[in-house]
Design a protein around this ligand. Structure first.
Ligand code: NAD
Ligand code: UDP
Length: 314
């Protein structure tokens, strides 16, 4: 099959591309390199079944493909908040452009949505039936409301134009190829403890998240794309940790001498988040396999290597 991956040079996109290339597909990776890196897909550059396209999805593009995995959008609060209008354009205009492409081609379209559509949830754990508790005027709204609109667009293109959609709500995912300065909690804590600088816990660290290792997530996304269930479906690891627990775990694994300090909690930071994965189990026969310790060990080894390489070249 010919498969388009938007945001393919990013963290999750590049892992997905590895799986698709290894399965023998022809892959078009489209990215504007805002938070993605050519290095993430470098091993495929020059391969006859791989094409790298520098393009911004807020502009339309004409391509010929059978499936579209639509992942393009910065995912870290630091990055999506640095240009919030652009984040909205990417989610609204960009998703419309990609759905328009899917409509013309009769290609199957998968939207990478997010647990952020649940906002600061009143229901715990979050199941897909829950409609969410989202602030529409806050600093996270460009992303949360942008993704909610992207979901609406996907379902309206499906109802109105018969576009064959799949919608996945991704919960916090971590692993190799996250950016070292990404700003997300797992990469921050690992990089801070490797550098021997204090781990920055925002608030009192009692807020919770549930962390899914990237290989588990990619397996779920591929199952969703190739099955009959359109979603929305949660994909994430239901093991829930407080942020302080995560800090202590990483501190213990990397550098027990590293200090933990507390910084102000960002505005609208969700208090807790845990996926109900009943639908993923039922429709995709999917559940995560990688425990936090195992995934963190791999991510720590990756960042240790990255920092060493950086030291050598500086
Ligand atoms: P990422 O920032 O590493 O990847 C996003 C990619 O999209 C980057 O390569 C970036 O350059 C590209 N991009 C951004 N705007 C673009 C534009 N206008 N045109 C073309 N390319 C553009 O993030 P990620 O963690 O790999 O996330 C991938 C997708 O999964 C995103 O849609 C994100 O919202 C969703 N998601 C991720 C998580 C997570 O924990 N990682 C959680 C929920 C949802
Ligand atoms: N966080 C933290 N220290 C950091 C980065 C993040 O305590 O250095 C907290 C953040 O306030 C949030 C949680 O960790 O409560 C997860 O943040 P992240 O940016 O990774 O993802 P999201 O908030 O989108 O789930």
């Amino acid at each position: 099959m010919r498969i388009l991956v938007t945001g393919g040079a990013g963290f999750i996109g590049s892992h997905l591309i590895d799986r698709l290339m290894e399965a023998g597909h022809e892959v078009l990776c489209l990215d504007n390199f805002y938070t993605g890196r050519k290095a993430n897909v470098l091993k495929w550059v020059g391969h006859p079944s791989f094409e790298l396209i520098r393009h911004d999805i807020i502009e339309p593009i004409r391509l010929e493909v059978d499936q579209i995995y639509h992942l393009a959008c910065p995912a870290s609060p630091v990055h999506y908040q640095s240009n919030p209008v652009k984040t909205l354009k990417t989610n609204v205009l960009g998703t419309m452009n990609m759905l328009g492409l899917a409509k013309r081609l009769k290609a199957r379209f998968l939207l990478a949505s997010t647990s952020e559509v649940y906002g600061d949830p009143d229901v715990h754990p979050q199941s897909e039936e829950y409609w969410g508790n989202v602030n529409c005027t806050g600093i996270r709204s460009c992303y949360d409301e942008g993704k909610r609109t992207a979901e609406t667009l996907a379902f309206d293109y499906h109802r109105q134009n018969g576009v064959d959609i799949r919608v996945v709500r991704i919960f916090n995912t971590y692993g190799e190829r996250m950016l070292e300065n990404d700003g997300r909690v797992v990469s921050n804590f690992i990089v801070q403890s490797l550098r021997g600088i204090p781990l920055t816990v925002y608030g009192d660290g009692s807020q919770t998240r549930s962390f899914c290792y990237v290989s588990d997530l990619v397996e779920g996304i591929i199952r969703l794309m190739n099955g009959d269930y359109i979603g929305p479906v949660n994909l994430g690891n239901p093991s829930e940790y407080t942020i302080l627990q995560l800090a202590k775990t990483i501190q213990h694994m990397v550098n027990p001498g590293a200090e933990i300090i507390f910084k102000p909690l960002p505005q609208d930071d969700p208090r807790r988040r845990q996926p109900d994965i009943t639908r993923a189990r039922q429709y995709l026969n999917w559940a995560p396999k990688v425990e936090l310790d195992e995934g963190l060990t791999k991510a720590i080894a990756y960042f240790r290597d990255e920092l060493k390489q950086k030291q050598k070249t500086s």
